[in-house]
Design a protein around this ligand. Structure first.
Ligand SMILES: *Cc1c(COP(=O)(O)O)cnc(C)c1O
Length: 431
């Protein structure tokens, strides 16, 4: 399998090259040149998520150095539960796919764990990989956690001092070798500028094998197909029907993985996007015109995106597979969290609540036409400050998140200068 750029002006590359590069040299995003075609029966023998993922992903890594380790990477990356639950017995047509049972309590664990294991498999002592990530939320924690214990790839995480929550800061600073957390004197934009400056420095880039782990990486998108495949196969085998999917959406990574899975023949019906008050995608769907905007801050902050980075992949590939885009503002998020808990006892995080609200706004006929699966993208404990006052429930952290609170913290403070960052990067990772 080779990968082409969305802008069509870069050489075709193998999977490992596409992962390492992140962005294609013409500025576009990598997409597989062709798609494998599966039948639901092809997965009948796979009994674990890891085995299913390996079967699904093997055509995407064929002919690359990742083909051989793929099975082991999938088995170790996807070793946590993936419950498909019915939150409300009176509404059996809606199931929730809980994507938050990984070690950092957010669905980013799926992509980050796969990507980091893949990086570790293709890096070597002579050819190191350093993932440089500017973060204000979930991605940095998932990447740091995924990197712990890696041998040849390492992670360097930059975050803005005094601008993230105490729990988020812990979740960035609690990981052991080879993870470095850098608290930057500046805002998130300053962190991002630093990362961009480092990537643009050919000497620094080559010496440390700098790469990114953000949501444009094809190495994060591909593994996210696995849970959509697993859930849709499960529902299809029980009902003979293709479930519709409702995806809480920011940068369109999760949704694009659903589109890809459907395009590969998985039994997936219509795909509905749920967004917060950021209106870029709902305006596009309504008018056919795409225009990026400034992002606005909402309760579902991991979806505060005004220029969804994977839109470039979606347009011209699978945009006709998006049945609807439902925009849910903060008042509706609050009301949905409250109503859901009052009606069924189920507790949703603000991101998950956008999907539940999108389901509620469908017509009864549309809801009844097929089973629906809404993604739950974060553990509600991570948003306890929002959820507890609305439900009156005092949330307890799941074991993995409780452990984060116990771990020692390692962090260095740096000024927002490239010299300070270069000094932290230090000698080559393994020289
Ligand atoms: C990242 C994230 C999202 C948005 O996912 P995209 O792939 O960017 O669309 C939704 N919910 C949570 C909790 C997230 O961390």
């Amino acid at each position: 399998m080779r990968y082409r750029s969305t802008r069509g002006d870069a050489p075709l590359v193998s999977a490992d090259k596409a992962l390492r590069a992140g962005v294609a040299p013409d500025g576009g995003l990598y997409l597989p040149e062709t798609l494998p075609r599966f039948e639901p029966g092809d997965f009948a023998a796979e009994t674990s998520l890891g085995a299913l993922a390996s079967r699904l992903l093997s055509p995407f890594f064929a002919g690359s150095p990742l083909a051989q380790p793929l099975e082991a990477i999938c088995a170790s990356a996807f070793d946590f539960p993936l419950p498909l639950v019915t939150p409300d017995a009176r509404e059996p047509g809606l199931q929730v796919l809980e994507l938050f049972h990984g070690p950092t309590g957010a669905f980013k664990d799926f992509g980050a764990r796969f990507l980091f294991r893949a990086f570790d498999a293709i890096a070597s002592a002579d050819d190191p990989i350093t993932v440089l990530a500017a973060t204000s939320g979930d991605t940095g924690g998932a990447v740091g956690c995924a990197a712990e214990g890696a041998r040849h790839a390492r992670a360097v995480i930059l975050f803005p001092k005094g601008r993230i929550s105490a729990f988020q800061e812990r979740q960035l600073c609690c990981w052991r070798e080879p993870v470095t957390a850098l608290r930057v004197t500046g805002d998130f934009d300053a962190c991002q500028r630093l990362v961009k400056t480092a990537f643009a420095d050919p000497d620094l880039s080559a010496r440390h094998g700098l790469t990114s782990a953000n949501s444009i990486s094809i190495g994060r998108l591909l593994p996210q197909m696995a849970y959509w495949a697993s859930a849709s196969l499960d529902v299809f085998s029980k009902t003979g029907l293709r479930p519709g999917l409702i995806v809480p959406t920011g940068n369109l990574g999760n949704a694009f993985a659903a589109v890809l899975a459907r395009a590969c023949g998985l039994p997936i019906g219509p795909i509905v996007l749920a967004t917060n008050a950021n209106a870029t995608l709902s305006d596009w769907h309504r008018s056919g015109q795409y225009s990026a905007r400034q992002s606005i801050a909402t309760l579902a902050n991991a979806m505060d995106v005004g220029a969804p980075s994977n839109f470039e992949r979606l347009s011209g590939f699978g945009d006709e597979l998006i049945e609807d885009v439902v925009r849910v503002d903060d008042d509706a998020i609050r009301a949905r969290i409250t109503a859901c808990h009052a009606g069924s006892g189920y507790i949703a995080c603000p991101h998950t609540a956008t999907a539940l609200e999108a389901f509620d706004r469908m017509s009864p006929e549309h809801r009844a036409a097929r089973p629906w699966i809404a993604a739950a993208t974060a553990h509600p404990y991570k948003f306890a400050d929002v959820v507890e006052p609305l439900t009156g429930v005092s949330l307890t952290p799941p074991p993995a998140l409780a452990e984060v609170l116990q771990r020692p913290v390692h962090v260095s403070d740096i000024d927002a200068t490239i010299e300070a960052l270069a000094a932290q990067l230090g000698a080559p990772a393994r020289a």
